[in-house]
Design a protein around this ligand. Sequence first.
Ligand code: PMP
Length: 404
Amino acid sequence: MTDLLSKFDPLIAEHAGLLSAGIRDPFGIVMDKVLSPTEAIIKGQHTILLGTYNYMGMTFDPDVVAAGQAAIRDYGAGTTGSRVLNGTYQTHKECEEALKDFYGMSHAMVFSTGYQANLGMVSTLAGKGDFIILDADSHASIYDGCKMSNADIVRFRHNDAADLEKRLKRLPPEAGKLVVLEGVYSMLGDIAPLPELVAIAKAHGAMLLVDEAHGMGFFGPNGRGVYEEQGVADDVDFVVGTFSKSVGTVGGFCVSNHPKFEILRLVCRPYTFTASLPPAVVASAATSIRKLMTAHDKRARLWEATRRLHGGLKARGFKLATETPESAIVSVLMPDQETTALMWSTLIELGVYVNMSRPPATPAGVFLLRCSICALHSDAQIDTVLGKFEQAAQMANLALHEPA
Ligand code: PMP
C-alpha cells in the first residue's frame, strides 16, 4: 500500500521543526474564552485580538445576538437540508432581503460560506469554451472555483492593468469571459485599482465578478465595498462576499442585478448540494447587515484606529506591505520564516494575537505578520500593541529601519 499521506512529509517535518524550536503553533491557537470582539483568554492569558477580520465588531452586538437567540428558539438548531429542498426558511429569505437592500441590487443568493460562494459562482458562470481571467493574488476559493470549472484559466499580474489588457487581447473576441477581482487583497491589505481594471474588462466584453470579502461594511458611502468607493458599481455584474468578517457570523453570498440570476440556484452545485445555514446564523446576519447600513461612526472609527496602527508601526521602523493604510489589514513584512515564527510566538506570549502568513497563502517568498483592525479597538489597545511589537522585535532580533 502506498501511504497517500507521505506526500505531506516535508510539511510535517517543517512543522515539527518549528515546534521543537520552542515556538507556539501558529495554526493551533485555541480561544478558551472570548471576552469581546477585541479580547480573548488564550492559554490562561488575557490577549488582544488583532487578527480576526472582525472589522465592525458585530459578533457581540446585542441585537445580532438576540436575533440569533430568537431564531434558534423559533426555528430550531439547523435546517437539515439544501436550500432547494427543505433548507429555505423565512430567515434565509429575510437575510437575502437584507442583502438586496444593503447592496441596492435585485437579487441575492446566500451560500453556506464565502468559500462556497466563490467556488459556486466562478465554476458555474464560466463553462467549457469560456475564459476566467483572474488576478494572480486571488483567494484560494477563487482558484478552486477555477479548478472546478471547465473554462480556460488566464492569470494576470497582481493589480496590473497593462497585463490584464495584454492577456484579454489574446483571447477570441467572441468567447465568454469572466474577470474576477477582489476589492481588498487580504494578504498585503492593498486594494485594487478597479476603475482601470473594470474599464479594460468591459472594453473586451468580459463580465465582472468582484469579491468584497474584506471591503464590506466600511468602504464606500453605504459600506458596500471598494467597488462602491471607487464608483464602478454600474459595471460590476456580480459581487461576492462573506458573513465571516464585518457581518460577524458565518456564510457567503452573491448579489447581482442580472435578470437571469435566479436560475443559478438550480445549477450552482456548491449552493444546491449542501445544507443551508442554521436559522440562527442567517437571522444574526440579517440584523447585522441592516445595522451596517447606517454604521457611519463605526466606519470612521475603524479608519482612525487603522491609521493609528499603520502610522505607529511605521514610525517604529517596521516595514509594511503598503506605504499608506489602504484597508483595515496592516501587514508587517518579515525577512524570513524563522523570524516570522519567532516574532509571532513572542507576540502571543506578550498577549497579542496576529496572523502569521507564509507561502502558499502569500506570494512566493513573502512572510507576513498580518494585523486586522476592529472598529472597537481603543486607542489604548492600539498603543499597547505598538509597544508589544517593539518589545517582540527586540526579543526576536528583528532589525528595524530608520523611519523615513
Ligand atoms: N474571499 C476572500 C477574499 C477571503 O479572504 C475569504 C476568507 N478569508 C473568503 C472569500 C471566504 O470566506 P469564508 O470565510 O466565508 O469562507
